[in-house]
Write a protein that binds this ligand. Structure first.
Ligand code: FMN
Length: 158
């Protein structure tokens, strides 16, 4: 089994969450790869005109974890564009994860995960429950991040 972590991160939080998930996968003896999505230029949160330098190849992965920041009460346009460009995930499991900065999950987290779930389902993936991690003023709770990463690994192993 190989897990692919595909992540978009503008200020580094979601990438840190992705690396923490990777640490837990490694501890559990699960093979993985991390792919950082790199759009051309710095995408404005509202722009739909996003082009990627390279679209990650995901054929080798059995499980795909897709990470994004919450932007404007929803998943970032960048990850939505990426999900729109993906080919079928039939036969694969998938799980979304997000980071966010406003104190309530009702301010974008729930909607982001729901939207990413819907996109992954549309791609015929077997979708697992997602996770979120709160960042306040560029700081986060490492214990909570480790707990979330552990839950992800447990769901993957089931
Ligand atoms: C343009 C923009 C819009 C944002 N909108 C929201 C939002 O609606 N809800 C929220 O909880 N956080 C919001 N945030 C905070 C980010 O989700 C949070 O800082 C996230 O951890 C950034 O991830 P990154 O460092 O991987 O880019 C927003 C941040 C930016 C830059």
């Amino acid at each position: 089994m190989k897990v692919g972590i595909i992540v978009y991160s503008q200020s580094g939080h979601t990438a840190t969450f992705a690396r923490t998930i990777a640490d837990h996968l490694r501890e559990a003896g699960i093979d993985y790869g991390i792919e950082l999505l790199r759009p051309r230029g710095i995408p404005k949160p509202w722009t739909r005109n996003i082009e990627f330098r390279r679209i990650p190849e995901i054929d080798e992965y059995d499980i795909v974890l897709v990470g994004s920041p919450v932007w404007g009460f929803n998943a970032s346009k960048v990850i939505l564009k990426y999900l729109n460009s993906m080919k079928s995930l039939k036969g694969k499991k998938a799980l979304p994860f997000v980071t966010y900065g406003l104190p309530l999950k009702s301010l974008g987290v729930n909607r982001s995960l729901k939207r990413m779930n819907a996109e992954l389902e549309e791609l015929c993936a077997d979708v697992l429950e997602g996770e979120s991690q709160y960042y306040f003023l560029f700081k986060t709770n490492k214990n909570k991040m480790n707990e979330a990463a552990k839950r992800i690994v447990e769901r993957i192993k089931r």
